[in-house]
Design a protein around this ligand. Structure first.
Ligand code: UD1
Length: 423
C-alpha cells in the first residue's frame, strides 16, 4: 500500500495535458468485443481500471498488446468463453459493459456483480430492463449477472432514470441486432457520445447520442482494422481546473474539450475565477478568495457528480457559505470528514452539505474514501498549511494516470511513499 506526502501552501502554475477519458475508454475497450478482428485504440489512459479490464478480456480469449503507453491493439477475433472471471469483474464497476458486448456478439454473457467506489447504492435494474426488452433473460443470483437470449430482437426502451451505464450497455447489446432499437431518456455524457462515435467509426449505425433519444439501426457486422482515439477526460480536466482555482494558481490545461466543461466553467466564473477557453485549451487563473455558490449535481449537461468533491474543497475555503446538493449518489459526502480534519467547517444532512468557508486549512493525515474524493483531498492538501499524508491512494490510481507527476509539473510538492515509510 502507498500514500502521498503532500506539502501545502502551493500555488499551481504551468501547463498540464489531459489524458483519455476513463469512462469512455472502459466501454470502448469492451465494445471491441463486437469486432471480429483487430481494433487499435489511441489515447487510452494508463490506469488500474483499464489494466483490470484488459486482464478480463484476456481471460475471454482476446489478445491485447500495449504497443505504446497510450495505445492498445486489441484482437477479438476469437472468444473462448462468455464467462468473465467473477473475482476480476467484481473489482470495478465498468466490468458490466462486458455484458452488453457479449450479448451483442454471442447472445449471452456472465460477470460478477460489479464493484467500484462505495458512493451509494448502485442498482443495475435499468441495464436489465433494456436487456430483457431486447429478448434476454437475466439471472442475478449467486453474486453474478448471467444474461442469455435465444434470439435478440430490436426494441423500444424507455429508461426510468438517466443512467450512463444502462445507456451504453444497451447500445452495445443492440448495435448488431437486426432492426431499429430506440432508447429514450438516455444519458448524454461526453463518454456516451464517444462510445457511439467509436461504434459508428467501425461501421455501426447509431444516431442521436448526446440527445435524449438514441436510435440504433442494427448492422450485420463491424469493420476490423480500424483505429480510434479516446476523447479527453472531462473529469481529469475539471479536477485540474478546480485545483488551479483552489491554489490561487495560473494553469493552462491542454488537450481538453472546453464545451464539455461548461457547467463547471460557469460555476467557477460565478465564484470569481478567470477561465479562458480556446480550441482545446483552458486557462484558469485565480488571485483572490472566492465567492461561495450553490451546486446541485445532475446528469450531463448539469454539474457532474464526479466533480462534486473537488468543488467541495473550493467551497470549504470560499468567503461565506455555499451549499452542495448531491442528487446522483447518496454516499458521496464521505470526504467531508477528512476535509473537516484539515480545519474545514462543513455539515452534512442527507444529500445536502453546507460549507461555511474558512480562511485556512491545515495539513493532517487523511484517507481517500473513493476515487474522486481522493483527488479532492490532494487539492485540499495542496491548499493547506503544513503537510498532509493521504492514504488509500489506490482509489486514485483507478482513474487518474500518474496524478502526482502532473501536479509536480505544476510546481506541487507531492511524493508517493510506502504507507509504512516515516517522514
Ligand atoms: C457512471 C460513471 C461514474 C459517474 C456516473 C454518473 C463510469 C464507469 N462511471 O457510473 O463515474 O459518477 O456515471 O455520471 O462511467 N441507476 C439506477 N438504475 C440503474 C443504473 C443507475 O437507478 O440501472 C441510478 C444510480 O443509482 C444513480 C444514477 O442512476 O443514482 C446514475 O447512475 P449511472 O449513470 O448508471 O452511473 P454509472 O454508469 O454507474
Amino acid at each position: 500500500m502507498e500514500k502521498f506526502l503532500i506539502y501545502g501552501n502551493t500555488r499551481l502554475s504551468g501547463e498540464v495535458s489531459i489524458g483519455g477519458a476513463k469512462n469512455a475508454a472502459l466501454p470502448i475497450i469492451a465494445a471491441t468485443l463486437l469486432v471480429k478482428g483487430v481494433t487499435t485504440l489511441n489515447n487510452v489512459p494508463d490506469i488500474s481500471d483499464i489494466e483490470n479490464l484488459c486482464e478480463i478480456l484476456e481471460c475471454l480469449g482476446v489478445h491485447i498488446q500495449r504497443t505504446e503507453q497510450h495505445t492498445l491493439v486489441i484482437d477479438a477475433t476469437r472468444l473462448k468463453t462468455t464467462h468473465a472471471p467473477l473475482d476480476l469483474t467484481s473489482r470495478f464497476r465498468a466490468s458490466y459493459y462486458l455484458l452488453g458486448s457479449l450479448i451483442g456478439r454471442l447472445g449471452k454473457g456472465e460477470v460478477g456483480m460489479p464493484g467500484g467506489c462505495a458512493i451509494g447504492q448502485r442498482p443495475i435494474d435499468q441495464h436489465i430492463k433494456g436487456f430483457e426488452a431486447l429478448g434476454c433473460t437475466v439471472d442475478t443470483t449467486h453474486g453474478k449477472i448471467a444474461v442469455k437470449s435465444k434470439k435478440l430482437e430490436a426494441a423500444t426502451i424507455y429508461f426510468d432514470v438517466v443512467s450512463v451505464g444502462a445507456t451504453i450497455n444497451n447500445i452495445l447489446a443492440a448495435a448488431l441486432v437486426p432492426g431499429t432499437t430506440t432508447l429514450y431518456n438516455v444519458a448524454k455524457e461526453p463518454h456516451v457520445v464517444d462510445v457511439a462515435n467509436f461504434l459508428n467509426s467501425v461501421g455501426a449505425d447509431i444516431v442521436g447520442a448526446g440527445t435524449d433519444q438514441i436510435i440504433i439501426n442494427g448492422v450485420k457486422s463491424l469493420k476490423k482494422n480500424c483505429t480510434y482515439s479516446i476523447v479527453p477526460d472531462q473529469i481529469e480536466c475539471g479536477t485540474f481546473m478546480i485545483a488551479a482555482a483552489a491554489t490561487h494558481g495560473d494553469v493552462l490545461i491542454k488537450n481538453c474539450i472546453p464545451e464539455h466543461m461548461d457547467s463547471l466553467t460557469a460555476k467557477l466564473i460565478e465564484m470569481g475565477v478567470t477561465v479562458e477557453s480556446e480550441n482545446d485549451t483552458i486557462h484558469v487563473t485565480c488571485n483572490k478568495r472566492l465567492t461561495p455558490t450553490n451546486i446541485t449535481t445532475l446528469p450531463y449537461p448539469g454539474f457532474p457528480t464526479d466533480l462534486q468533491s473537488p468543488m467541495g474543497v473550493l467551497l470549504s475555503i470560499a468567503d461565506g457559505t455555499g451549499i452542495i446538493t448531491e442528487s446522483v449518489w447518496e454516499s458521496r459526502f464521505q470526504y467531508v470528514d477528512e476535509l473537516n480534519k484539515l480545519g474545514a467547517d462543513i455539515s452534512v444532512s442527507n444529500s445536502t452539505a453546507v460549507f461555511n468557508g474558512v480562511e485556512k486549512l491545515y495539513g493532517a493525515p487523511i484517507y481517500a474514501s473513493d476515487l474522486r474524493a481522493g483527488a479532492a483531498l490532494i487539492i485540499a492538501a495542496l491548499v493547506a498549511t503544513g503537510y498532509s499524508e493521504l492514504y488509500n491512494i489506490h482509489y486514485i490510481d483507478r482513474g487518474y494516470e500518474r496524478i502526482e507527476e502532473k501536479f509536480k509539473q505544476l510546481g506541487a510538492r507531492i511524493e508517493r511513499l510506502d504507507e509504512e515509510e516515516e517522514i
